[in-house]
Design a protein around this ligand. Structure first.
Ligand SMILES: Cc1cc2nc3c(=O)[nH]c(=O)nc-3n(C[C@H](O)[C@H](O)[C@H](O)COP(=O)(O)OP(=O)(O)OC[C@H]3O[C@@H](n4cnc5c(N)ncnc54)[C@H](O)[C@@H]3O)c2cc1C
Ligand code: SF4
Length: 481
């Protein structure tokens, strides 16, 4: 038995709290500090190969986890990689940032029986990082080159995945994105300490070497209309994500130094990438030495508090109107933030922002959770007279995102949207109300997860192929299968 395993057995005899803390430390170390062959074998050999693989059932891309765990145990990493990449276009990214506690690992039978999950995410990351290192990941070389093209709007995980799947079948694929760097929220949303930017860049270069063409700094609605893109391609995929920040209506909300979460995170990510970022360099969006208040309780809020802690903030407070059990994001992210010294004010909501020109504090009120509303969630109700003030030099609003008004932005009033503004698609064909125009990712689901965007991108690619291949010669259609 290895030293590491002995440690694990010891921990099993400790209190639940100590056990949970040890498990968190181990998960964190494995994902972010490194992992080696022996640790991968040790973890994967803990899989009980149960009859119904609940981990697989709860993985949005239905990864064949038990098989690649068994191959890892046997030291057959290349085959493990083949299996893991057959269902997932970005396994090393999902391994790093999926909320595994809500998906595969949370449903692991060993976890359910109280012995601590097999750390599936860190093994998935390890297998794929090894595949990159050893050169097992090769550019896509389709069996046939088709003279049919697909235009994809948005280079986030949904668009990139669909592009790779379509390229495998031989389509000519062009991706249009308004940003200078490709990757969507993988580059400009998720912080570097969770997902290193060179890991995303490696994927983009792989897709470019596979023959996918990127049109950078190209915004649909500014540089072309949706119809222009439709005219250039046999099919179009809309994968533009959701970016309209939800706002707070409260006195003082217009004061200086109150910033939307994405402005703050983009500035930090750009700085990390070596860009000149005036809003960061002049101090406005740099948390160093400041008292930071983040409003919200989702994953974006956790990314903001953890970024602020790393920038050297004097204090970081998270204000959330519900309790810890009702937080929408990953439980481990909240725990990591607590471990990093973030002060959580649960059951508290902002009432007013204080200050003359720039914000100096947030007046908040304590909340009681009342009767459940139509969605089943308890309604937050302010407790009269319970106000308190938190001093602040920078307030970050992280209350979630809504879709932009695409029909107007794209000059396509016939593009049907739901009452929430997300793009409507047919469940079977994945097509929007416009012939030959498909949609995938957050713009269809609302703000969601990378792994769901990957799943949607794969489904959309299949649907596009079905639509376009109807007009292919039989021999071409066969080769593209
Ligand atoms: C701060 C933050 C942290 C997150 N952390 C996690 C996490 O840890 N784990 C996880 O699983 N998920 C996380 N998510 C969610 C995840 O990032 C998204 O669900 C996922 O990126 C959605 O993929 P997408 O391809 O649909 O859209 P996006 O990633 O948003 O990509 C959309 C792309 O479309 C482009 N675009 C938009 N409009 C236009 C236009 N008009 N013309 C041209 N291009 C356009 C954008 O520039 C962008 O590149 C996080 C989200 C945020 C905001
Ligand atoms: S893709 Fe995500 S949910 Fe699926 S096995 Fe990997 S880490 Fe788990």
């Amino acid at each position: 038995m290895t030293e590491r395993m002995l440690k694990f057995v010891d921990v099993e005899q400790q209190t639940p709290e100590l056990r949970a803390a040890e498990r968190r430390r181990r998960d964190f170390d494995e994902i972010y500090q490194g992992f080696d062959d022996s640790a991968a074998v040790e973890q994967s050999s803990r899989c009980s190969q149960c009859g119904i693989p609940f981990c697989q059932v709860h993985c949005p891309v239905y990864n064949n986890i038990p098989d690649w765990l068994m191959l890892t145990t046997q030291g057959r990493l290349e085959e493990a990689y083949e299996i893991s990449s057959a269902t997932n276009n970005m396994p090393e990214i999902c391994g790093r940032i999926c909320p595994q506690d809500r998906l595969c690992e949370g449903n692991c039978v060993i976890e359910q029986s109280g012995h601590g999950t097999v750390t599936i995410g860190s093994i998935e990351k390890y297998i794929t990082d090894t595949a990159w290192q050893k050169g097992w990941i090769k550019p896509v070389k389709p069996l046939v080159e088709l003279d049919r093209s697909v235009g994809i709007i948005g280079a986030g995980p949904a668009g990139l995945t669909a592009a790779e799947q379509l390229r495998r079948k031989g389509y000519q694929v062009r991706i249009y994105d308004r940003h200078d760097r490709m990757g969507g929220l993988l580059v400009y949303g998720i912080p570097n300490f969770k997902l290193e930017k060179d890991v995303v860049q490696r994927r983009i270069e792989h897709l470019e070497r596979s023959g996918i063409v990127f049109h950078r700094n190209f915004e649909i609605g500014r540089d072309a209309s949706l119809q222009d893109i439709r005219d250039r391609h046999e099919a179009v995929l809309i994968a533009t994500g959701v970016y309209k920040a939800r706002d707070i209506k409260a006195p003082g909300a217009g004061l200086d130094n109150i910033a939307p979460a994405l402005d703050y995170l983009i500035a930090s990510n750009r700085k990390g990438l070596g860009d000149r970022v005036p809003a960061f360099d002049d101090g406005d969006l740099d948390a160093k030495g400041k008292r930071i208040v983040v409003i919200g309780g989702g994953d974006t809020a956790m990314d903001c508090v953890r970024t602020a802690a790393r920038q050297g903030a004097a204090s970081v407070t998270c204000l959330y109107r519900r309790d810890r059990e009702n937080m929408p994001g990953s439980r481990s992210e909240v725990q990591y933030a607590m471990d990093e010294g973030v002060d959580f004010q649960f059951l508290a909501a902002p009432e007013a922002f204080l200050g003359d020109d720039a914000v100096t504090g947030v007046r908040a009120i304590r909340i009681h959770l009342g009767v459940p509303d139509a969605s089943g969630r308890q309604t937050p109700e302010p407790i009269e007279g319970s106000n308190f003030t938190i001093e602040a030099d920078l307030v970050i609003k992280a209350l979630g995102f809504d879709p932009d008004d695409l029909p107007t932005l794209f000059g396509a009033s016939e593009l049907a949207v739901t009452r929430w503004g997300t793009v409507k698609i047919d469940r079977e064909t994945k097509m929007t109300s416009l012939d030959g125009v498909f949609a995938a990712g957050d713009i269809v689901r609302g703000a969601s997860l990378v792994v769901w965007a990957i799943r949607d991108g794969r489904d959309a690619a299949e649907a596009i192929h079905e639509h376009v291949s109807a007009s292919l010669a039989p021999v071409e259609a066969l080769a593209a299968e």
